[in-house]
Design a protein around this ligand. Structure first.
Ligand SMILES: Nc1nc2c(ncn2[C@@H]2O[C@H](COP(=O)(O)OP(=O)(O)OP(=O)(O)O)[C@@H](O)[C@H]2O)c(=O)[nH]1
Ligand SMILES: [Mg+2]
Length: 251
């Protein structure tokens, strides 16, 4: 039986989490060889996110809550990964949003695909069959542009969706990737953490595959993606380009 910990960073996601977490644990019935755990990383949300999670823990003993200071999405993930390692030592980690845009019904497929030789399975919004029905044309174009720049300008391997937040990773590799991002000075604090992690994986020769997902509408609350995150991504592009040039054979 493999142990899988779904890490959900959540800032002011009390309402969506109240229904998302039970729906997530309902997927256990479809996972024969995998023990599903969930870790919510809340950064002192003023809307009572932590209270909602604490109440749900009574009904879901494999649910955990980690609280800390708000320093960005990547920072929350790094704390979540480290906590999962120390307290649960799972074989697999899943990254997932807490606002229902990632459908828990896709978890069994993501998890099943993450076995040797595959190291990381990306739930991809832009692979054939994927969709972003709630996105404006501008938001869709911006997200697609990010992955194109990483390939065409920075010189990383082609992927349809570097910035997706729904992935399953071999946990041992995920912990190593966080450390390599740190050593290489790649962006880790905000949303750019997502593309830094996948870039390090590919530069290190990991097997990364994409399976299509539908990225639905946010249920309740507001987006936390801000202008600062776009700047962080742009600055990171230059670092990734230098890393890719040093590491990958000239094409
Ligand atoms: N703990 C923590 N969670 C965060 C932080 N920033 C974002 N999140 C969570 O990360 C997930 C993704 O953030 P979103 O704002 O939904 O980003 P997005 O899905 O790209 O944007 P929308 O499509 O507008 O929702 C959500 O569950 C957020 O609550 C943070 O600083 N700390
Ligand atoms: Mg969202």
């Amino acid at each position: 039986m493999r142990r899988c910990c779904v890490v959900l960073p959540a800032y002011c996601e009390a309402r969506p989490l109240a229904t998302l977490l039970p729906a997530l644990f309902a997927q256990q019935a479809r996972l024969a060889d995998c023990e599903l755990w969930a870790l919510v990383v809340d950064d002192g949300s003023p809307d009572g996110t932590a209270l909602v999670v604490e109440e749900l823990i009574a009904a879901h003993p494999r649910l955990r809550l980690l609280e800390g200071a708000k320093r960005g999405l990547g920072d929350a993930y790094q704390r979540g990964f480290a906590h999962a390692r120390a307290s649960l030592a799972p074989e697999l980690l899943v990254q997932m949003d807490a606002d229902w845009q990632h459908d828990p019904a896709a978890l069994p497929e993501l998890i099943a695909a993450c076995r040797p030789p595959v190291d990381i399975v990306i739930g991809s919004r832009f692979a054939p069959g994927g969709a972003t029905p709630a996105f404006s044309a501008r938001r869709r174009a911006t997200s697609r542009l990010g992955s194109r720049l990483l390939h065409e300008w920075a010189g990383l391997p082609r992927l349809a969706d570097y910035t997706s937040g729904f992935r399953c990773l071999r946990a041992e590799l995920a912990w190593q990737l966080v450390e390599r991002c740190r050593q290489d000075g790649l962006a880790r604090r905000g949303y750019a953490f997502q593309s830094s992690l996948i870039a390090e994986a590919l530069l290190g020769g990991a097997q990364v595959i994409e399976i299509p997902i539908v990225f639905g509408a946010r249920r309740h609350g507001q987006s936390k993606l801000g202008a600062g995150d776009y700047w962080e991504f742009a600055r990171n592009l230059g670092r990734l380009r230098r890393r890719a040039r040093a590491q990958l054979p000239a094409q």
